[in-house]
Structures are given as C-alpha cells and as structure tokens.
Ligand binder design. Sequence first.
Ligand code: S3P
Length: 413
Amino acid sequence: MKYGCIGERLSHSFSREIHSLLADYPYELREVARDELDSFMKEVNFCALNVTIPYKEAVIPYLDEIDEHASLIGAVNTVVNRNGKLYGFNTDFYGMVSLFEHAGIDASGKKALVLGSGGTSKTARAVLCHLGAGEIVTVGRVARGGIIDYGTAEKEHTDAEIIVNTTPLGMYPNVDACPIDLSRFASLEGVIDAIYNPLRTRLILEAKKRGIKTEGGLYMLVAQAVRASEIFLDKTYPRGTVERIYKKILLQKENIVLIGMPASGKSTVGRILGERLDREALDTDELIISEEGCDIPTIFRELGEGGFRNIECRIVNNCSLLSGKILATGGGVVLNPTNIEHLKQNGKIYFIDRPLHLLVPTEDRPLASDKAAIEKRFMERYDIYLSSSDKRIIADKDAPLVAEEIIKDFYTL
Ligand code: S3P
C-alpha cells in the first residue's frame, strides 16, 4: 500500500471517497489487527498514511518526529515517509478548528463541556484551548482525575455554553442514543458532534430544534483529509477546497425523502429521481408489501392500522440508516414523529404538496379509498407534512417536472 488509512475497523470510512476527489494517488483502506501493527509500522512499506482508531497513539513510538499539535494532543493521524524517516502530524486538530469555523461557533471566553475522554476528546480540548475557551470541563461515564460524570454535568454545569460530543453515542447503527439531555443547559450557544454517520445525530437534531448553532463531524472529516493530503503531497490546495469536497460528499450521502398525501405521486417521482440521479429508489410501502408477503389492505384487515404502523416504523428506521438513496414513504409516515426524526438524520425531506382536487382515491389505499376519506386525511395532516419537511414542492404539475424541481433544489446548497 502506498497511500491509505489504517485502523482496526474501516468498513464505514469515507476517507477513500474524499481522497479520490482530491488527488489521483491510489488510497486504500487497510484494516490492521492489533498484533499486526508492529510489523506493519516496521516494514515501512508505504509513502503516507492516515491513522485511525485505535492506533493514533500506538503509532507514535515508530515515528522519528511529530509535529506540535500531535505532541500536544498525544495522537497522530497522519504519517509521512520521507526517505525512510517517519514524520507524524495531527490534522484532526485543523479539522476541528475548521468545524467550529464552519458552524459559526465562537468559543472564545466560553464555558465548554467535552463529552468523552478518548482520543477525539483530547483533540477537542486542545482546539477549545486554542480558540480561547474560558473553561473546559471533560465529562465521562465515570468521574476520575479531572473528569466529571454526566450526572454532575447535568446538575452543576448547566451554564455551559458549548458542548462537544466526542463519544460514539448516537453513531450508526445505534442512532437513537444521545449522550446528554440538552434541556438542562439554558445558556447553550453551540453544539458540535464529531460523529458523521448519521449526518445528523439525535444530539444535533435536538440542538437544531432549540435553535442552537450545531454541526456534525463530516466537515471535520473532510478538513482533516484535505490537510493530510497536502502533507502527503507537500502541496497546498486552493482556498475553498474543503468546502467543495464537503458539499460533494454531503450530497452523495444525503437521502432524498418524499412525504405527502396518498396518491400525491411520491412513488412515481421517486422512481424518476432514481433514474435521473442514478440512485437506488426505495418505496417504504413496497418494502412492507414484500416483507409481509401481502398487500396493504390485507395488512390493515389482519393487523389493524396499529399493526401496519409498527411495521412501517421498523422499515422506515432501516431505510433511514442508508445513505445516498431516494426514499418514497407512505402517506401516514408523518403520524409518528420518530419516523421523521430518523429520516432527518440522513435525509432532506421534501413535501410533495399536490392540491386536494388532484388527489385521486384508489381501492388499494385503506385510508384514502374515496374522496371523503382523502379530504379528511388532507385536513388532518396538511400541517404535519409542512412541519415535518425541509422543503415543500407544489405538485400541481406532472411528475417529471416535480422531480426536476427537487433535483434543482437538492443541488443548490
Ligand atoms: C397510508 C398511505 C399509503 C400506505 C397505507 C397508509 C396513509 O401510502 O402507507 O395505505 O395512512 O396515508 P400512499 O401514501 O402511497 O398511498
């Protein structure tokens, strides 16, 4: 391997995609077991490396020199082989500084809580210090030397202005986890989560709901990779490179989610979007039908609406974990707020707003099988569709034109 990333588990890494947008060196993801690290580092069969969990500290003894940030933090994420000598750097530091900047969060003079006490926590503390934070408190599962526990944080540090999550709580696939209850912190101004999968953790969505400036870890991931690539090649990328690659990766990963009334054209628009954008288009109703082996009226007859909603919730959760998909949902998906929270984690939600007079009832829709039923659903749900969506598309036109409008909006960041 000439260029690449080593770590214990790398299946969910985005690094290869990011580096392939930057340069044309071959970039490999190499999972190295703990007992293989020694021989890997001693063989020095590489030009340049990124290093991730759990080896950011373990590689240090193999290096000839490390830079200021790496030595301050005690962790290295970039190693370069220059004529047989190994140099270590910490570009996570630069990544997190860039993340604060991108999120528009000013840490100077502020009281910050850093959740977690591992390697990323050390980076967060160094960055907060560099940005001039007034007080930095580290929160861990168990209180020990300089680290307080969550109970104490939620009782005695409710005046915190910034929270940085460096724990894996909320990370794929355990996306329902949230490290801390934000309602306790009335002075909060900024919430940073180092997690990038999902794009928006529960913590981030909670912060958004409260109108607090917040940002997930994707920008940091891209910024550290851009800086690492500069070190690999001993060159400087033009200004705006991090922003450009970040937008590209974000769009690649973001799902396009369609919600709206029964018969509003979600499935048709979804299929068109799938073809136009060369993305897999999934339809939650179709997934339910194929999983249950019978049609929707039969599920309603046998299990009732409640039974149907439980299956729908499970299917929606599974779909929400995916990325880069088109997801057409059933008209009643918005009735359960958990569905929307899950869909938001990795997706932009479009409300296909087809005027009532254009919604045609059909017999295979138990809750929309005649005009009166459709009208009732429309009145009950219209506001929920609106408040659940990121963008409303007026669908008084043919499906290809609706799809066109979504594409235009989606790619305008
Ligand atoms: C429903 C809508 C249907 C389907 C089920 C329940 C609803 O999907 O999920 O019949 O409650 O509105 P469509 O929106 O595709 O009709």
